[in-house]
Design a protein around this ligand. Sequence first.
Ligand SMILES: *Cc1c(COP(=O)(O)O)cnc(C)c1O
Length: 454
Amino acid sequence: MLYVSTRGESAPLSFTEAVATGLAPDGGLYVPQKMPSIEPYLKDWAGLDYAGLCLEFFKLFATDLDEKVLESCVRDAYSRFDHEEIAPLVNLEERLYLLELFHGPTLAFKDFALQLLGNLYEAQIQRTGRPINVLGATSGDTGAAAIHGLLGKEGVKIFILYPTGGVSALQERQMTCTQADNVFAIGIDGTFDDAQAALKDVFGDLQFREAVNLSAVNSINLARVLAQCVYYIYAWLRLPNKEQNDVTFVVPTGNFGNILAGWWTQRMGLPVKGFRIATNQNDILYRLFTTGNYQVGRVLPSTAPSMDIQVASNFERFLYYHENEQPDRVREIMERFRETGEYQFGSFECDSLSASRVDDQTIQNHISKLHAKAGYVMDPHTACGFEDLPTEGTRIVLSTAHPAKFPDVVEEATGIHPVSPKLDKLKSLEPCSYTIEPTPQAVKKFLIGHIQNL
Ligand SMILES: *Cc1c(COP(=O)(O)O)cnc(C)c1O
């Protein structure tokens, strides 16, 4: 199986090459050259446990990776989840379910992809003998999940910049209280955008990048999308037979990585009806699907902060299929959008996708209402999914974070202070963090000072 760039101007790569590369040299994202069909396997997959299903799924995609290596990467990745089902499906009412994706080490769905990606990186280092240095910037969840995916891995060092005072106290603790000597959580005096700008410069210095074998951690890595496909298939297989028709997945959306994975499984033949893009007040995708105009706005901070995104980086992978797999069209649209901040599609429809949006007050109301009705306490990201729920068929809302990650909003809505033993444990650990100026020079100097393999 080979992977091609959405912009069509990079050579096709194998699975391990595409994973190691991340962003394609032409600026595009890797997608399978031909989407395989999973339909013939669904019956056999029904009895598998989560890791078993993940392994069988990845065998179709990671065709240049040794099967034994793949198996140990997969088994290990899901061994640190604290629920035996890994992704339990909770029945709320007649044909309405929550798929809990927060049982991993950092209590958000990003663990599903980053626990596996960390192991794939480690396997790559063992194959090539070359250490990797991972550098990223975060405004919260991604940094914590990336750090916990790479924690203690042989041959990897991870450097994550975050705005001092710009992430929640809990998120900061998740990044700084790891007690691992390959993790460097670095507070900067500036905003997330300042951090991003400095990183862009560092990655732009090709000589430096090559010398320290620098790798980016971001949501466009092919392996992340594929890892996220697995829980859609898992959830569908867990439904009672008579509820497996007419299934809609409702997905709290920011960077479009999660929902794209679901939509890919439909293209692979998972027989579901559709997907709902649930956004908060950062509603560029909602506006696109309702008006046909793709127009960037200002990021408005919300109570569901991991979805405070305007330009969704994985959207390009969807666009590629929307434009009938024509890279020329993708290039043209992305170019125009980059120059003007807008692209008019006339109308932008897709049979299987619909969209909703909520403001902060409505998020609160949905948390309160579900708690009153079903006794279930959910987090503010998950709550975005309850706006204008489809009324027909089976509905599965993806629950992307544990409520204890956002205790204040949840307590205000329900009167209950949500807790998690994993987060409580953090309070007894010593934080370890660094501080630098948000300049490319300072970042390089820090890296050089902490990498021995130069
Ligand atoms: C990252 C994140 C999202 C958004 O997922 P995307 O793949 O970026 O669309 C939603 N909820 C939580 C809790 C997250 O951490």
